[in-house]
Ligand binder design. Sequence first.
Ligand code: ANZ
Ligand code: ZN
Length: 826
Amino acid sequence: MKAEDRAPDRYDPAAVEEKWQRRWREERTFEVRADGTGEPYYVLEMFPYPSGRIHMGHVRNYSIGDVIARHRRLCGHRVLHPIGWDAFGLPAENAAIQHGEPPATWTADNIAHMRRQLERLGLSYDWSRELATCDRRYYRWEQHFFLEMLARDLAYRKRSQVNWCGSCGTVLANEQVVDGRCWRCDSVVEQRDLEQWFLRITAYADELLRDLDRLHGWPERVLTMQRNWIGRSVGAEIRFELDGRPGAIDVFTTRPDTLFGATFVSLAPGHPLAAELCHGTPAEARLAALRATVARGDAGDDAKEGFATGASCRHPLTGAQLPVMVANFVLMGYGTGAVMAVPAHDQRDFEFAQTCGLPIRVVIQPADGELDGATMGGAWEGPGRLVGSGDFDGLDDETAKERITQALADCGAGRAAVSYRLRDWGISRQRYWGAPIPVVYCAACGVQPVPREDLPVLLPEAVRLTGAGGSPLATLESFVETTCPACGGPARRESDTMDTFVESSWYFLRFVSPWDDRVPFDPGELSFWLGRRGVDQYIGGIEHAVLHLLYARFFTKVLRDLGYTELGEPFRNLLTQGMVTKDGAKMSKSKGNVVDPDYLIERYGADTARLFCLFASPPERDLDWNDQGVQGMSRFLHRLWRLAHDVAPRLAAPGTPRPPAPAEADDTLHRFTHRTIRRVTVDVADRLHFNTAIAAIMELVGAIETGAGTASGAALREALDATLLLIAPFVPHVANELWERTGHATSLEAAGWPTWDDAALVEPEVEIPVQVNGRVRGRVRVPSGASEADVVAAALGDENVRAHVEAKTMVKQILVPGRLLNLVVR
Ligand code: ANZ
Ligand code: ZN
């Protein structure tokens, strides 16, 4: 034993933790390659943004992942447990603007600090796979994938209305706008017209939706959020010819059954026809005004505003003349940007019709009602039978949907259609600290991809960041000026960078071979760790339910179709952990209620910090910070330490079998040990209920304390070894130390996860209620597995039972073994 390996006899978390962390580092304990024995298991926590310091949310997230990783290793799995840095993004750039420090330096410093913090938590990462997305070796492949997507029309450029956050000075994807505000800084988002790069996620809408049904290991809540976000609607597209001029308005509706109730048609303010129809008319000014309110995002949810264009169109089946309106609640980005308005059966249309004095026609009559357009107080959106609908009268709404759609198809005025809420993913960001988009613009040849051999397009480091609007790279002539790969003439580089969510969409794949510069994913490592399975367990916050988790699913499918993998879904099992709160509020800098993990580690040690995060609440629930709770965990580890040292002299040598005729104290402890092994195994392996697992181990510690004086050395050995093995995933440092100190020559890891003996779970005696004619008259204790005759004999030994059967005739005896005896008498 080396001198520094000898920690003092009092529990000193700092010394113990340093010793084991050094050993794991020196022995590269957690480095794995795709070879050797053991079934592969890939556990991953959502990688952090290197903001500077870790917070309690990280500690919780990574502790959960580490328990799973360490438990699986003990079970004999070959475990891949990597970590990296989601290193591009706005804060680095803002820090640079404020303090003049280059984003690359700021980021590298933060990573160094946070890496040290993670190491101090004793997390069992394979550090040889550490990656940072701002590393050219990483984003080079991202640029490569972008070009492949470009070649397959999965990436494209278009001018469109985009979400603009003025305070972040950049465009946001739809997923990054929450209730009309920026997901990062909470400012109100405006609409701007910009040329942007998009990834065609809508080409995968159907598959993204369909495959949700296969994700049995995902929380129902996340599946629902994704389903709603993709928002598949089945209905019809219907054509309304314009009246007195060429052209037509196509609408998307989910209610073709209400076609005869359409009394006007509404266009989105941004619809090209709206501008065309209003051009040169008094409506032109109103259109401009309405567009402005929509662009500012203050078109309130309740105010249905709009106006008549003056133009009209024709009902496709009746030929009736219907006015064409513009309405603020019709969105350009959904369906066709136009709706057929059915005020009697759509509440928005109802309100709009009332403000504009437009007719309301009832065409669906509910089973028990007599709706009347003149008197109804709101739209009837429910089911019913058709009225006022010509040949379709009397049909129920579901049948009518099909029939009317068919009738429209027959006359060429419509067809069945599916619409998605999901929009293509706008990935251009007018910011510096991101992966350059690898294209150039040539006046003669247009958009040209950068040749593969010229990748990566390096992000230049010497950029002056001022915070003034516009893409910072655009001001750097040495970056922008280039030559066209096609004609050799002068060309300009794209100066926008990619959304950082692109990096996090595929990092879990790159972990299989982050060192490889020839291919993005080493085939052997890839098929071993991911194959068609995907990450076995992914852990992260619910806030990514649509953003990151949807993008990652999309990228996975694209990379599969590009031939890089065989994987259809990235994450087999997903655990969304709750927040860390203090006094009921989310821990956050702005609330000033942050507990610093460093303080916790210094004061109590990493094992205590981990144990608290895992014990105080089940992983999916919020965890409320509690000083007493932390102290309680610390006291428990001190208690465990003392107990191990107290019983150490009495322990039998490791592996000593139980004596053939054990004393009762031995048997009790033996049974308790095996019951605990089973409880903890079920909680950890199947349910991820770490809090109840820890509670069970605590009870076992209590049982060892009770049995310490009476149980044999073999029983104590069995119980203590099991305790240390079961608790090792939670508090690996102290568990390994005590393992070593209690006479084990081989490592705790080598011992493996304990298994229970079913025979030991059998209670030696059971209590059985005894019924006489169906009413409980007594209880007897009998050896478990006792025969019916024995149980009946015991029952008749009970005074009360005997009083109820005496002088009667026994008709029947029914024994439910181990549970109940029923005596039927007459
Ligand atoms: C006529 C109708 C009658 C409608 C009725 C509803 C009830 P989901 O379920 O979200 O897909 N709609 C279509 N495009 C729209 C747009 N760009 N902006 C705002 N509203 C739009 O909703 C589809 C329904 O929303 C469509 O069906 C259409 O109104 C409206 F009794 O058409 B409906
Ligand atoms: Zn050119």
